[in-house]
Design a protein around this ligand. Structure first.
Ligand SMILES: *[C@@H]1O[C@H](CO)[C@@H](O)[C@H](O)[C@H]1NC(C)=O
Ligand SMILES: *[C@@H]1O[C@H](CO)[C@@H](O)[C@H](O)[C@H]1NC(C)=O
Length: 261
């Protein structure tokens, strides 16, 4: 399947200085602690809570509401055959993320995180020409999508690097798998305002939300991965790793800071 998604970045490269002292929303855990996973679950929860309103000191915009200027979707094959753009996108709900599990690989430091988001609302202005569930759809106008009870499994590939005497996480890739409990949606002005068709088509898409959401899965997966990668890179390029994990090994094997007692 060929998909091209161009997500205009929600983030701009940071001009701010990284944290030199541990910010109050960061909880420190120790990998040698047998209860590391519990500690880490609380720590990541605290991080999500802080991300909701954003962290202007490191140029991080709010996660809730999350504003994305434009998402362009070109998908050539399969049940979704779409050339679509979504403009002025506002996503609400990520501020209520509940962290269910957080693990860190003690060798590679890759993160494994499982979260649940009770309700997400994505709204914007769409411009669509294509097929969903083999129904030809054409239109432009306001739209909203509301996935509820979304559980997301996130695997983040991580490398370590040193900067200014600190070791940092370099999050290089994010892999996402998700499930949703329900999807509601509405696209206004489908078929350029033939309202009987608009209503019956929206009703059909909602009645068949499961295959609709399956057909949108590649698009949504990639979108969530891009958003998470942007946020995680911005955080972890600015937050020294030892503020999160105090017994992190320095990337530099000959570091003088290797203070094992
Ligand atoms: C949410 O989904 C999970 C697993 O997918 C399920 O166990 C749980 O009962 C659902 N909760 C609600 C409120 O629907
Ligand atoms: C992070 O990893 C990527 C991919 O390996 C690499 O291109 C980039 O230079 C790294 N960044 C830092 C600051 O080490």
């Amino acid at each position: 399947m060929k998909i091209i998604i161009l997500l205009v970045s929600v983030l701009y490269s940071s001009t701010a200085e990284h944290y030199k002292t541990k910010p109050s929303f960061v909880k420190t855990c120790s990998l040698s602690d047998p209860d590391f996973d519990d500690c880490s679950q609380e720590a990541v929860q605290s991080l999500f809570n802080a991300l909701g309103p954003g962290l202007p000191e490191i140029d991080l915009p709010s996660l809730d509401p999350l504003k994305i200027p434009k998402i362009r979707i070109l998908q050539g094959e399969g049940p979704v055959n779409v050339n679509a753009a979504l403009d002025d996108v506002i996503v609400t709900g990520f501020g209520k993320t509940i962290v269910l599990l957080s693990q860190v690989d003690s060798k590679t430091y890759d993160f494994y995180t499982k979260v649940r988001v009770p309700k997400i609302r994505i709204q914007g202005t769409y411009d669509l020409k294509g097929k969903i569930l083999l129904i030809p759809l054409v239109g432009r106008g306001k739209c909203w999508f509301e996935p509820s009870n979304m559980t997301i499994d996130i695997v983040s590939d991580v490398k370590l690097y040193d900067k200014g005497g600190f070791t940092f996480f370099n999050v290089t890739q994010v892999h996402v798998k998700y499930n949703i409990g329900l999807l509601k949606l509405y696209m206004h002005n489908l078929f350029d305002g033939i309202s009987s068709l608009e209503e019956s088509t929206n009703a059909y898409l909602n009645a068949n939300w499961r295959p609709v959401s399956e057909s949108l899965r590649p698009i949504l997966t990639k979108t969530i991965e891009d958003i998470l990668l942007g946020f995680m890179q911005q955080i972890f390029h600015n937050l020294p790793a030892k503020f999160m994990i105090e017994d992190i090994k320095s990337n530099n094997l000959f570091s003088k800071k290797d203070e094992k007692e």
